[in-house]
Design a protein around this ligand. Structure first.
Ligand code: SAM
Ligand code: SF4
Length: 416
């Protein structure tokens, strides 16, 4: 095993975690018009503001970062941030080139047995019209992606863990493989499943799996999920390990700007992804949904723009820490800033997931408020995407899987 390029320093928080109740000091800061960051973010925000140009460059150019250095870098704004993003873009171009790879995203069902406190399609939200695309409709969407040279497909849904669901996915995978002559890459993102099910789907043609850890901090995870067996942090970690050991290109990610989350949590998230030797990452800002329990904490959230800017820094730092992985420019980035995905590409991302879900279902897959492109047909979406890519100075890696070289090195080193 190669020694990690980033030192992993004490994972335990030396500060106690901020609870969901606002401390009086924070209320005071907000009352005088300061940004409603958690208190520890102010510490790193002030630290980031104090360092002068030379020191910023020295810090950005360090090969290894301690967690408090990462927390400071995450709070860079203005010129300091521009320097960080530029270095990450150089790193991306040097290690992965200027190609961007498409993964056609099919949100094939919003039926979910779980109740994550932040998610708009959680089981207990009764104001969602539930749907599930038929086998044929999903295979048709795969054919569309293949015909349009997307290279890969992502099948995403709410989480269900039962034999009928496992069988359905299995048959779909086999049919897609047959129809596209095995040429279309397939990523699954359907939550926590048994090792046997993951193995079965792998055998049937899925070769990438995206399972976000959401936050690598167990205590914060507990504040974002109901306390029961279905929402167990340890189980989620075990699923990621199972996926890696089966041989999937394994992806994870976190939400940025969650209530109760600090810059130190995010620094730990970066170290977690590095330590876990992850192959691909999809992360983006947390955006509130009015029909979720977490919405009651909306007054404690960082301003949307701060969540967005911090997400850019997360992408840039992860690119510098893991130059050869795949990093997605997520839809949540575009929700906050119309050019959000392009800005994410300039910060080190190299994957875009155009939504190819039939448009009449998109309005029912609302994870958060103001999700974009819910009325557009797939064709319109891909046209505007191509234009946007060229404006960002990138080329489309047409009809390619765009695998992460990191995956091949990892599996070779571990003899998988
Ligand atoms: N059900 C599967 C799972 O949870 O892994 C896959 C689908 S789930 C909708 C995909 C991702 O949406 C989650 O991992 C979560 O990070 C993200 N998500 C859910 N609610 C969100 C919100 N309010 N803001 C931003 N991202 C959100
Ligand atoms: Fe279901 Fe995934 Fe949403 Fe959680 S995040 S409620 S598992 S769809």
């Amino acid at each position: 095993m190669v020694a990690p390029a980033v030192r992993l320093v004490g994972k335990t928080h030396e500060f106690s975690l901020r609870s969901f109740h606002e401390p009086p000091a924070l209320q005071l800061l907000k009352a005088i018009g300061l940004r409603p960051f958690p208190l520890f973010c102010y510490f790193y925000l002030f630290k980031a503001m104090q360092i002068v140009k030379n020191e910023i460059l020295q810090l950005i150019n360090k090969p290894l970062w301690m967690r408090d250095e990462l927390a400071t870098l995450l709070m860079l704004r203005g010129n300091g941030q521009e320097a960080l993003l530029a270095r990450a873009e150089d790193c991306l171009l040097a290690h992965r080139g200027d190609q961007v790879f498409y993964r056609g995203l099919v949100e094939f069902s919003n039926i979910c047995t779980k109740d994550c406190l932040y998610c708009g399609i959680r089981k207990s939200n009764k104001n969602v019209e539930r749907y599930e695309l038929s086998h044929d409709a999903i295979v048709e969407a795969a054919r569309y992606a293949w015909n349009h040279d997307y290279g890969s497909l992502v099948l995403q849904s709410g989480e269900r863990c039962n034999p009928a669901f496992a069988n359905k996915i299995d048959h779909i995978l086999r049919d897609i493989r047959q129809i596209t002559r095995g040429e279309l890459g397939i990523t699954l993102s359907v939550g926590e499943q048994s090792r046997d099910t993951y193995q079965r789907w792998f055998n049937s043609g899925a070769h990438r799996y995206l399972l976000r850890i959401e936050t690598s901090n167990k205590e914060l995870y507990g504040q974002l999920h109901p306390h029961n067996e279905a929402h167990n942090f340890g189980k989620r970690i075990q699923c990621l390990k199972d996926l890696q050991s089966i041989g999937y290109q394994t992806g994870t990610g976190v939400m940025i700007g969650l209530p109760g989350q600090s810059a130190l949590h995010l620094a730990d998230d970066l170290l977690f992804m590095k330590q876990f030797d992850i192959d691909m990452v999809g992360m983006g800002p947390y955006i509130e949904h009015q029909e979720t329990p977490l919405f009651t904490h909306k007054t404690e959230l960082w301003p949307l723009q701060e969540r967005f800017l911090t997400a850019l820094n997360m992408i840039a730092l992860l690119r510098l820490m893991m130059p050869e992985i795949n990093i997605a420019a997520t839809t949540a980035m575009q929700t906050i800033d119309p050019l959000g995905r392009e800005k994410a590409l300039r910060a080190g991302a190299n994957i875009i997931m155009p939504n190819i879900t039939p448009s009449n279902f998109r309005k029912s897959y609302l994870l958060y408020n103001n999700k974009p492109n819910i009325d557009e047909e797939a064709d319109e979406c891909s046209d505007c995407l191509s234009l946007r890519l060229s404006l960002a100075g990138r080329r489309l890696g047409s009809n390619q899987w765009g695998d992460s070289p990191h995956y091949f090195k990892r599996t070779q080193e571990k003899g998988l």
